[in-house]
Design a protein around this ligand. Structure first.
Ligand SMILES: Nc1ncnc2c1ncn2[C@@H]1O[C@H](COP(=O)(O)OP(=O)(O)OP(=O)(O)O)[C@@H](O)[C@H]1O
Ligand SMILES: [Mg+2]
Length: 366
């Protein structure tokens, strides 16, 4: 069965410190929902609140329509998977998976049958008699998921479960986790500070900063239509061009900037007054080296360095003193630009740029 989760104006305070500030959203049954944000923004605290280990200071958590106020962690239809998996090294894989059933007094035969079913589910059939140390990191991760599923939860809560794995395995496990979620059809609530994980696996993502949920949306909306400077700068790479509002027509805002007049879309549907200080955010892959045509948003830039990574070429540019990056796929014609090639004309589609007021941004290192 799948159950929805409602966070109804949830705030969590430790003394005078607010770890989660007025979280208000619904997670649908069967959804893969991620909370994405930098270290310390309150992700684990929120997950512990859903699982019942932390109480909201204000607001309510509802699961399947039921208020969880006086429902303890072991009475909730949730299972939590931690970053450190806590598998039992001396037990076999099957015994690890069936452990929650042993606690419930399920017979040995039925435990083994369920463990074998779950091993099929996580694509590790026939490994039940192996010891945990005979498995790879990614395989152990899947066993931890199977063990959480053995308790028949309606909702699986995953706290950065891939962070201990190396990059290649992490990327592989993204596909695996998504496939497991679709096979079991449960609600997965996943927390991570890795935007790649959140974007590739989730139906929807909530981006958190300093306890506040800044935006909730599907991955494409989060990436293409950020509503705040934090979301624009935390999720993916971006260029910023400062400017002053000249005019707004519908959602299209024209700014006067150091590189000339530029147009973009108003982020979050805000109305901007003429003269207001704003920033235009444009992704490196949306900047193009313009031909002679009358493309919009044209301006001059010099190339200061080039990074050639085979499939992708990145140009480091300066336009009116502003550092910019342009990124493009190698289509076999990479000789177009590089340092010393002289002034280039750049352009971008006004639909691809977002205009936002100034506000908190993500650290470059995050
Ligand atoms: N029991 C507690 N008592 C006091 N402060 C706490 C407690 N638990 C968490 N905090 C504080 O709340 C903030 C959020 O912590 P949390 O563990 O939720 O962050 P996080 O987003 O999961 O970070 P990370 O990505 O590093 O795991 C931190 O500043 C932390 O120090
Ligand atoms: Mg955490």
């Amino acid at each position: 069965m799948t159950k929805d989760v409602v966070l109804d104006h949830v705030s969590i305070r430790f003394g005078s410190y607010t770890a989660v500030d007025n979280a208000h959203l619904s997670i649908q049954g069967g959804e893969f929902f991620s909370f994405l944000g930098p270290s310390g923004c309150g992700k684990t605290t929120l997950l512990r609140c859903i699982s019942g280990f932390v109480q909201p200071t204000e607001g309510r958590v509802l699961i399947g329509g039921q208020d969880m106020r006086n429902v303890g962690p072991n009475k909730r239809p949730t299972a939590l998977i931690f970053q450190n998996l806590a598998l039992f090294p001396l037990l076999s894989v099957a015994e690890n998976i069936a452990f929650p059933l042993e606690v419930r007094g399920v017979s040995r035969k039925n435990r083994r049958r369920r463990a074998d079913e779950l091993l099929e589910m996580i694509a590790l059939p026939g490994t039940g008699d192996k010891k945990v140390h005979e498995l790879s990191g990614g395989q152990r991760q899947r066993v931890a998921i199977a063990r959480a599923l053995a308790a028949d939860p309606d909702i699986l809560l995953l706290d950065e479960p891939l962070s201990a794995l190396d990059l290649k395995l992490r990327q592989h496990m993204r596909t695996e986790l998504r496939a497991i979620q679709q096979r079991v059809g449960l609600t997965f609530i996943y927390i991570t500070h890795d935007q790649g994980e959140a974007l590739t696996m989730s139906d929807r993502v909530a981006v958190m900063n300093a306890g506040v949920i800044e935006q909730v949306g599907d991955p494409k909306t989060i990436y293409n239509r950020p509503r705040t400077p934090f979301v624009a700068s935390f999720v993916g790479e971006t260029n910023r061009i400062p400017g002053e509002v000249v005019s707004q027509h519908g959602t299209t805002v024209t700014l006067s900037t150091p590189v000339g007049p530029l147009a973009g879309q108003s982020g979050g549907g805000r109305d901007h007054a003429p003269g207001a200080a704003c920033q235009l955010f444009i992704r490196p892959e949306q900047l193009v080296v313009a031909g002679d045509g009358a493309s919009p948003n044209r301006f001059a830039a010099d190339c200061t360095a080039e990074e050639f990574e085979g499939s992708v070429q990145t140009l480091h540019l300066k336009a009116a003193g502003l550092p910019l990056r342009l990124c493009r796929m190698n289509a076999g014609n990479v000789a177009v630009a590089g340092p010393g090639a002289g002034a280039l004309t750049l352009s971008f589609d006004p639909e691809a740029a977002i205009v936002l007021p100034y506000g908190t941004e993500a650290d470059a290192a995050a």
